[in-house]
Design a protein around this ligand. Structure first.
Ligand SMILES: [Fe+2]
Length: 221
């Protein structure tokens, strides 16, 4: 191996690690995903989406409060209804996994993480819908990554009972100056738009987003 190549390999490795760490979640992967179906992978695959299974012995219900909610601001309640693919029928028993950065734009860790929390950090939560399809989670507004090139966002993954897990558009904020026209035009609107408008209700910041299963999701069947 030439001296140049010997130097290049560790540099490329570092660059790719930084990129993945910044993104927190790699959206597409050629690696096969855990799937409950012998058919095509719904959603095209996603490295890190399997973090949706890392809820341990937590009993999932249709509401969750994310870690550091009490310590950080501004606090937000995010809520909506998960609908089946027809956009009308509430979807029951759907798991929603969300994670985001702290106010400094970092996915914070506490040390000793062994799962996807090494990359996603500990500010994450899980919800399972009931018959009415409703979900809510209490959290705080995430910070943009320190380089401030991407909008503030909350990553989200969905698991339906009879399908493999897949990611949906990130939750983002309509009033975020980093959510430029260019960024908006890149949105795939997976399961519908993730752009939310914040409004104050009873001195609480509220954001709403409904989720339509399968909408704009490749190979949804
Ligand atoms: Fe991210």
């Amino acid at each position: 191996m030439s001296k140049k190549l010997t130097l290049l390999i560790p540099i490329l490795t570092i660059i790719s690690f930084v990129f993945i760490a910044c993104e927190g979640q790699e959206k597409a992967s050629s690696a096969p995903n855990k799937s409950s179906s012998p058919n095509k992978i719904v959603g095209g695959g996603c490295e890190g989406c399997e973090a949706i299974y890392e809820y341990g012995d937590k009993v999932l219900i249709n509401v969750d409060t994310l870690p550091d909610y009490n310590e950080q601001n501004p606090k937000i309640k995010i809520t909506g209804i998960v609908y089946q693919n027809d956009g009308k029928t509430p979807a029951e028993n759907v798991i929603l996994y969300i994670y985001h950065t702290n106010s400094e734009g970092i996915y914070p860790t506490k040390g000793g993480e062994k799962g996807w929390d090494r990359r996603h950090g500990y500010i994450r939560g899980w919800i399972k819908t009931g018959k009415d399809g409703k979900y809510s989670f209490y959290t705080f507004r995430p910070g943009a990554y320190p380089e401030r090139k991407w909008p503030e966002h909350i990553h989200a993954t969905i698991k339906e009972a009879d399908k493999n897990e897949y990611y949906i558009d990130e939750f983002v904020f309509d009033d975020d100056p980093l959510l430029t026209a260019s960024e908006r035009s890149k949105a795939l609107n997976r399961c519908g738009s993730g752009i939310m408008r914040l409004r104050e209700v009873n001195s609480e910041l509220l954001a709403e987003r409904d989720i339509i299963l399968g909408l704009n999701i490749p190979d949804y069947q």
